[in-house]
Design a binder for this molecule. Sequence first.
Ligand code: HEC
Ligand code: HEC
Ligand code: HEC
Ligand code: HEC
Length: 425
Amino acid sequence: MVVAACRLLLAVFSCLAVVFTVSVCLNSVPLLETQASDIQGQSEGDRTRGEHGRKLQETVASRVVGETQCLDCHRSEYARWKKSKHAAGAFDTLRTDKDARKYAEALGIKAADITAPNSLCVQCHATRQTLESGEARVLPAVSCEACHSASGGAAGWLNAHAVYGEQGSSRVAETEIHYLERKVKCDKAGQVRSEHLYQLAKTCYSCHIIGDEALVNDGGHKAATQNFEFATKSLGEVRHNFHLDQKVNAEAATLWVDPLWNGKGRTTAGHKRLMFVVGAMADLEVSLRYLAQVKDEDGDFFESMSDRVVDGYELLLEDVLEVVVEADEEDEADEENEEEDEEEDEDEDEDEDEDEEGLPLLAALLEELEEIYTRLDDEELVLEDDRTACIEAADAVAKAAMKFVAKHNGNRLDALDEPEVPDDE
Ligand code: HEC
Ligand code: HEC
Ligand code: HEC
Ligand code: HEC
């Protein structure tokens, strides 16, 4: 009886998890519809263009509170962040690197305006903030809210996310209703946390792949950070998984792995593999959207984006899908050899995504993308005719990726290599 009741509760819980993901998904739908070139999500709103992009930037900037507002409760995270290039290097580059002026000049940006609040450069090398007085400022860093989304305002997530109930309530004493309401509030306010692994990944790629064609072709700015891979890059200097133990910087977000609300079964290794796959999907979506905007098919920007799409497709096919399918086939062959192994049945329910072969979601997605991949690979893509196809492909990736994150805890990916912490850490 008790077991059955628990199962039921768990089932209700996973349904709720799906509802959350969907609600986050829906939040970004209007964005995608009104301006297909936009990348979903609020923090990325900073890097959108045009009239729509400008308004969005204003709203986002007016809700940025700045990293000092996080310091009191997140000391270890803050200290770690402070040592990363995001905290100072990213902005200082604009003033100290001799190439900065060169890039800016080519775009008609005066040297004195490179670090101004409305500068293109500031969208990625810093964080914009608009004060209540209307004064526009530049926080000279890729701040916490550049990744986790702007948090302030009466309906913002800053206040909502840190309260467990009546004053003084502890984390373990929080009621389920309170917990669920808190998460809904944070989702409505656009908070991006490790539960939203896909949005997090896309946030990185929206800065680490340069979406401005003129900046790349005319300015000579790199088209992307070389070999940027979400899992590995997040495990390096950016990592700050201290929440449940302020002394240990864990390899996976402690709140994501914690069984309190998530149930048992999540592992650090699973999380890292999930990051790898989700990161590859985010790279593909962002690159496809940029590809759809290309004006000059002879420029570096076009070449760079089309290479990314080709590489991204091949990575997901050869290094993810095929590896998992092959491992499944080997398992099956082994099982046939040891038919006496009946105890296995008991373990079956333990991992909910264990009952499927391969990765059907990813397989279906790749099938959908096959045509565009083949034409790109054969250099037969005609942008004037294929822009819509690129946007539709990007939408398909986003949709599949959100479902993938809702469904998988990463354990299903155990045939993949586990992403490693970079050597210099
Ligand atoms: C008053 C204390 C307090 C302040 C100020 C605060 N936080 Fe938090 N934060 C918390 C607590 C407590 C949690 C853990 C919530 C939980 O257990 O679900 C948390 C969790 C988080 C998480 C992880 C959420 C998750 O579920 O994965 C992020 C991200 C975060 N905070 C970012 C920030 C940022 C950015 C700021 C500054 C703009 C900030 N916080 C300010 C107390 C605070
Ligand atoms: C879409 C995001 C984005 C925009 C917009 C952007 N940058 Fe960058 N920039 C980056 C990233 C990411 C790097 C780090 C590249 C790396 O790690 O290799 C970088 C690196 C640089 C560097 C370091 C040296 C080099 O050439 O790699 C300079 C200088 C620079 N940017 C200047 C500028 C200037 C000036 C502007 C505005 C005219 C600008 N950037 C706009 C994302 C951006
Ligand atoms: C608002 C734009 C922005 C966002 C969002 C962003 N970055 Fe960066 N990042 C930069 C810029 C600009 C630099 C270049 C700093 C420098 O070289 O001085 C940088 C540098 C880095 C570096 C150090 C240089 C390197 O390539 O090793 C790492 C690691 C990194 N970013 C990882 C990430 C990860 C992981 C995410 C997402 C979780 C992310 N970044 C999100 C703008 C951004
Ligand atoms: C470059 C993007 C980026 C920046 C900047 C950033 N974070 Fe994070 N944050 C992440 C990522 C990525 C994760 C972990 C996601 C995962 O592993 O699931 C994370 C996780 C967290 C967590 C949860 C850790 C845990 O143990 O569960 C907290 C709390 C947090 N961040 C707070 C902050 C605060 C405070 C700042 C600023 C001082 C900040 N973050 C700056 C990307 C960023």
